[in-house]
Design a protein around this ligand. Structure first.
Ligand SMILES: Cc1cc2nc3c(=O)[nH]c(=O)nc-3n(C[C@H](O)[C@H](O)[C@H](O)COP(=O)(O)OP(=O)(O)OC[C@H]3O[C@@H](n4cnc5c(N)ncnc54)[C@H](O)[C@@H]3O)c2cc1C
Length: 462
């Protein structure tokens, strides 16, 4: 190992090299899902692009596979590998603002909270996810579904350029004029093509004050509010990003009589003026007797962090699955309610997400992500803490996911909720649809030896 480190240092590596002998090794190889326990031969914690190039060249020379860690949130644990080199970008989180051109240049290891803080300082934002400590890279490269999707689309729809270190150690610029095929592939094709060291995103004027509605109803009160919410969203999918989130009430934010009971939140953000949004979303707060109501006008950064405490880093064991739905029928709503009632862990959540609006405006072949005609998504996030309940919790997510197959949209899934990756091969092909063959060609061009294989893997042609 010492000789390996020497070789990497000779290649000009200025970051931190962490090996199994180091005291830091266990902390450095841990990711968000506490179930993941993999042992890379070496962790290269990079400080800059040159470090990434050195680490990639080192892995190639040793014929070792590479995993890439940004925010470490991938539930399948794709950020960390056994017996390979883990390229850790967690020290590369810089965000540079070009306020005049409304562009942000974001380093490959940044978290959404870094981007939100830098851009909101100028009243701007780009669509991220719902949790602020998720990595920009992993979330974006497989799509990126967040609060602003109604008016501004997915994260990839706002990605205008990227700098990528490919398997041969070259630094490539990908934009509409240079390596345009690579940029297309990064818009949904995941971490298959190299290490993205910089993303450039388009920004939009947002808030800072926005209207967020979050009325909470009890599962025992039936599906009425969810049906009304669905009908409401069908008419407002161009300005309201939303999800109906099933969870378990608990803690001082809830009236005591509901503690331990199943509830659902009709969480909505209005993509526009806060006062206008308050009026528009008001009917969703009058559908039944509410358990409680977290609605209010608040700063966009606050909304981006509201769900953080539901999902603390490193404390929980997780298994998440999701599938797209063609539409949201009454039967599908009933099924989601039954599955929510069956969750073995009070920490688990499940959600119905709306699409439409700007997300649906993008042609299937315009980005690697593929078809945008799904109306909704159903996700089941199994979250628990004791390993003796692994089996029952994984079964809940998988069974719930399978039970909705009949309502699915051409068998397509959101590849950022991949379970533990066991279905990746079949689901990757189905989900990319007609874009799959072009992705294989681009993968073959940039990573013919499949050096980057810890992801929703697209195998290069033989
Ligand atoms: C608490 C939580 C909340 C979430 N909320 C949302 C949400 O609201 N919306 C949504 O769309 N998704 C959401 N997700 C799913 C999320 O998009 C994926 O887990 C995603 O992989 C996380 O990205 P990361 O950078 O944190 O992951 P990591 O585990 O660090 O990386 C995942 C994979 O991405 C690739 N990758 C990472 N960095 C790079 C890079 N710089 N260059 C090339 N490839 C790279 C690699 O293949 C890597 O294995 C959530 C996940 C969690 C755990």
């Amino acid at each position: 190992m010492v000789s390996q480190i020497n070789k990497l240092e000779q290649k000009g590596f200025s970051g931190e090299i962490i090996t199994p002998e180091d005291a830091k090794y266990d902390e450095a190889r841990s990711v968000w899902n506490a179930m993941i326990d993999r042992r890379p031969v070496l962790i290269a914690r990079c400080s800059n692009t040159e470090d990434v190039i050195s680490a990639v060249k080192f892995a190639s020379a040793k014929d070792l596979p590479i995993s890439i860690r940004a925010g470490g949130h991938n539930v399948a644990g794709h950020a960390v590998c056994d017996d390979g080199v883990m390229i850790d970008l967690s020290n590369m989180r810089n965000v540079e603002m070009d306020v005049e051109r409304r562009m942000a240049t974001v380093e490959g290891g940044a978290l959404w909270r870094d981007v939100d803080a830098a851009s909101q300082a100028h009243g701007l934002a780009t669509p991220g996810g719902l949790i602020s400590d998720t990595g920009v890279a992993g979330l974006t490269l497989s799509g990126g579904i967040g609060w602003l999707r109604a008016k501004h689309g997915l994260s990839i729809d706002n990605l205008v350029a990227a700098d990528v270190v490919t398997a041969d150690g070259r630094l490539l610029h990908a934009n509409d004029d240079e390596n345009a095929g690579l940029l297309w592939a990064l818009k949904g094709g995941g971490g298959n093509f190299g290490v993205v060291v910089r993303f450039v995103f388009e920004l939009h004027p947002i808030g800072p004050e926005v209207m967020f509605a979050a009325p909470i109803y009890a599962l025992e009160d039936g599906p009425g509010p969810i049906r009304a919410w669905r009908d409401f969203l069908t008419n407002h999918s161009d300005c309201v990003g939303s999800l109906c989130e099933f969870s378990t009430a608990g803690g001082e934010d809830f009236p005591e009589e509901y503690w331990g009971k199943r509830v659902y939140t009709l969480a909505c953000i209005y993509n526009g003026d806060a006062a206008e949004g308050e009026k528009l979303l008001q009917p969703l707060r009058e559908l039944e007797t509410m358990v409680t109501d977290f609605s209010g006008r608040m700063n966009y950064c606050e909304v981006q962090q509201l769900f953080d405490t539901l999902m603390p880093v490193g404390d929980y064991r997780c298994y998440w699955k999701a599938r797209y739905l063609t539409d949201l029928s009454d039967d599908m709503i009933d099924l989601a309610m039954r599955n929510a009632a069956l969750a073995p862990s009070d920490n688990s959540i499940s959600s119905l997400w709306n699409f439409g609006g700007k997300t649906a405006d993008v042609a299937a072949d315009a980005t690697a992500f593929g078809d945008r005609s799904m109306g909704w998504m159903y996700s089941l996030d199994g979250v628990w803490s004791d390993s003796k309940y692994d089996e029952v919790n994984i079964a809940w997510s998988r069974d719930g996911w399978a039970s909705a197959e009949h309502f699915g949209h051409h068998g397509r899934v959101y590849l950022n909720f991949p379970g533990h990756g066991e279905d990746n091969e079949a689901l990757t092909r189905t989900s990319f649809g007609e874009n799959y063959q072009r992705l294989v060609e681009i993968k073959t061009k940039y990573d013919p030896e499949n050096r980057f294989r810890f992801n929703q893997n697209i195998k290069p042609a033989a």
